[in-house]
Write a new protein. Sequence first.
Length: 268
Amino acid sequence: MKRLLIGILSLMAAMNVQAQQSFLDNQKMFPRVGVAFREKEESIKQEFAKKGIAYPAKQIYIRSFKLDSELEIWVRNNVTDTFQLLKTYRVCSLSGKMGPKRKEGDRQVPEGFYYINDFNPNSSFHLSLGINYPNYSDKILSDPRKPGGDIYIHGSCLTIGCIPLTDDFIEEVYLLAVHAKNNGQDFIPVHVFPVRFGNSRSMDYLGSVSLSDNESQKFWLNLKAAYDYFEKHRKLPVIMVNSQGKYVYTTPQQNGPHLAQGKTASGN
């Protein structure tokens, strides 16, 4: 009986330690994540110091541009602050073409407004961050039976519909995302645009495509409204989805949530 009691108490103590373990501590237990922190964290701290930003960032925003093959990390430490650009990474490869993902197997990289919904420290592609495709808009506008899924930002520089980075780059992005989640950011926004709308050459290319694709043109104009808002304010609008699958924007409340659940795609 005494041994049984000791065993139960030991198990309870172990469970209590595990419950108290932070998300950050848990992630560091995985070999690839542990190595990333040991090898990358000091250089990232220096990037923050150069820009006068307190490390680590409590909130991050990820913005990616398909044609321009770029992924940006924006950071801030208070919901009332504006976002500051920390770093821009080169996206290794692109599958499919301009335009949103609409069905399984179309090889398309999604376009729209998402958030990180998975941290995979044992990914087949080094490290990976899942995004919540299909979102509410995608579920309305995509193939109702097979819209596709399993879309990630990942390493290994390979892709079929995902956003691939080099292993070095994904380690940095993953590290920043881990810190943000550990600091309470449950919904890390990820906005994927067809092009950088401020780039005239990219816009010219998009215009040539939209001449023969009126539906995509309407969709891109819908996305551009959120891009323009962020460029002006360095904050994210609150993004909702109407019954037709169109994104609808409202001005965020100063102290509102940075990303709500339900039909809200992002905010602040």
